[in-house]
Design a binder for this molecule. Structure first.
Ligand SMILES: *Cc1c(COP(=O)(O)O)cnc(C)c1O
Length: 389
């Protein structure tokens, strides 16, 4: 296996029985990097199925209000409505190349389950999705979408019946069925090679954005902002700027009702190092090391851990991670609707809200780049429930 660690974080802490299946995924991953046929099919699907390249939009009215130019990388315009499609197309093709007959996935809010079911339908591979029962009830629309794409959805009753329990259930399935089954992991976290593999398929966001910013503005942005759940859209856009030390990188974590309450998901600000879901990383945990529940208005950021590369970028201070409250995110949702005619996902509103908050620390000529990870039609009901309560 290639280097499995980011500083002290990362690794592959799984039951021995999963070492072989993970090594097979890694071997296929190393091969496809130089496989012209694979790369051609990947490019074709990204362009002609998913609609890449996504544009960059100057948020002209917001920029006027805050006196700094804010540019949006429009992953909300990708087929499926979020960056998740980049990953499921890539790993779906990998599963096909490995000759797997079945794809399993975990999902929290249901977005990754939908993106996986979509690709299963396209590639003709049966998909089964594990979802906590609580999440399945909260996100009934996404369960219907998955079923319409032909996927089987398993409601998980163990633990808190949410995302972390769904991941445990998917890992258990994989232990039993690794021979014919591909586990399509949803974010840049978990055991090696998933953090590296998911990053690889999300790097396209950063590659495009860097080139587009140079073309549009003649310079690199002063800062790049992205929201962090497990960390895949953030590492995707950060990856292209890591070596440009003059470009500041900001990760927006969900601070829920505020960092002083128990109701948040700000793993890097409030968590501690530990091992869970196959990786050494940062987690929200109690004094016994038990993983705790997270609470945020945005289900997509409700994961009690963060991918190992972000733990490393945090430890080395290359990127800064700050909490954004539900209230700030909901205000930004409304502001974007009223001023720009865009409804971003509430997840993405965390990144935007952080950019608005930090803007005054930059010169008036500075260009700020925000990754708009997804679209927010799915959040309408959520928005009106919160503002009316
Ligand atoms: C799933 C999701 C996220 C969080 O996942 P990451 O792996 O941290 O990117 C953020 N934004 C949207 C729109 C999502 O659907």
């Amino acid at each position: 296996m290639q280097d499995k660690y980011y500083g002290e974080f990362g690794g592959c802490y799984v039951p021995e029985i999963l070492m072989q299946p993970l090594a097979e995924v890694d071997q296929a991953f190393q091969e496809i990097k130089h496989d012209a046929d694979f790369q051609a099919e990947l490019s074709d699907l990204l362009e002609n199925y998913a609609g890449r390249a996504t544009p960059i939009t100057l948020a002209r009215n917001l920029s006027r209000i805050i006196g700094r130019k804010i540019y949006l990388k429009r992953e909300d315009l990708l087929h499926g409505g979020a960056h998740k499609t980049n990953n499921t197309i890539g790993q779906g093709l990998l599963a096909k190349r490995m000759g797997k007959k079945r794809i399993i996935a975990e999902t929290g809010a249901g977005q990754h389950g939908v993106a996986t079911a979509m690709i299963g339908a396209l590639l003709g591979i049966p998909v089964e999705v594990y979802m906590g029962r609580v999440d399945a009830e909260r996100q009934a629309q996404n369960v219907k979408r998955m079923q319409l794409f032909g996927a089987k959805v398993h409601a998980v009753d163990s633990g808190s019946a949410t995302l972390k329990d769904a991941i445990n259930a998917a890992l258990r399935d994989w232990v039993t069925n690794a021979g014919d089954t591909y586990y399509l992991f949803g974010t840049a976290a978990g055991p090696y090679p998933f953090p590296a593999l998911v990053r690889y398929f999300q790097e396209v966001i950063g590659r495009e954005a860097r080139e587009q910013m140079l073309r549009l503005t003649g310079a690199l942005p002063a800062a790049v902002f992205a929201c962090v759940g497990g960390g895949s859209n953030a590492i995707g856009i950060f990856s292209a700027f890591l070596d440009d030390s003059q470009v500041k990188l900001y990760g927006a974590e969900a601070a829920g009702q505020g960092l002083h309450t128990d109701y948040h998901a700000a793993t890097l600000e409030k968590g501690a190092a530990g091992v869970f879901h196959g990786m050494h990383s940062m987690f929200l945990q109690n004094q016994d090391g038990q993983i705790t529940e997270t609470h945020s208005v945005s289900a997509g950021l409700d994961y009690p851990g963060v991918g190992p590369e972000h733990a490393h970028l945090h430890a080395t201070k290359r990127a800064e991670y700050l909490g954004v409250t539900d209230h700030e995110a909901l205000n930004t949702y409304r502001l974007m609707a009223e001023r720009e005619g865009i409804l971003p996902a509430i997840e993405s509103c965390h990144a935007l809200a952080l950019a608005l908050r930090e803007a005054e620390n930059f010169d008036a000529e500075a260009n700020l780049l925000v990754n708009l990870s997804g679209r927010g039609d799915k959040d309408l009901k959520n928005y009106f429930t919160h503002v009316n309560s």
